[in-house]
Design a protein. Sequence first.
Length: 259
Amino acid sequence: AIVRTSKEMVSEKLIDKALQVSVYMIAFARFLEMSEEDLEMAGVVGLLIDVGKLNIPDEVLSKRERLTPEEFVLVRSHVDHSAQILAQASGISPAVVQAVATHHERFDGSGYPKGVRGDELSAIAAIAGIVDTFIGLTSTRPYAAPVAPSNALNMLHKWRGTAFHPLLVEQFIRCIGIFPVGAVVELNSGEVGVVIAQNLEKRLQPRIMVVRDAAGHPLRPQKLLDLSKSPKVNPEEPYRIRRTLEYGKANISRNDLFL
């Protein structure tokens, strides 16, 4: 058996998160119709956003208990570490370094490390802050369970105008959708499915792959539903989404998603 060290596991999680942030940042930048140059920069910033965490002790990054004040300061120092690492690297533009260095700054000045506010942030840095927060909330963390994507979007919506630029939050929600692709949902039939495609005109009615029946048993083969076409649970009741389920509590495995 292969025994992985805590450092290897932390590094894997950092890489996985970096890839997610990069993909979402490119998708969001494209949705905003930004230039090709900005699309490329968004992707690079996403990949490098937490490189400074490699300088933070693994036992602190993987700690399940509440961080001490000293540990909290240590974790926050990853931003400065990232900026220092990238500033010394060849081929990394100053704009990328600046975006990485400010992605934890907030619209109302409540962020860190310098309390930069509002229009002092570049568009890429503001986008990075929103995406990084969304991915963080919806991912498994040592100290907290993942939040369902729709709930994470609701939280971002509440923070618009304070932590994040209000117009960018609204656009991000439009880009991701009310029920993001990959969200696990419970239908009014009691069945459980995974969102596989958006409906841009009817955002409350995405396409669903139903993977569990009302009793919680795996469906073989899975059932595909396009809610915009009003499929019926029974002759009198159309399918609708009852609620979004948190990933860790949905009892969905990768095997459920393959025919």
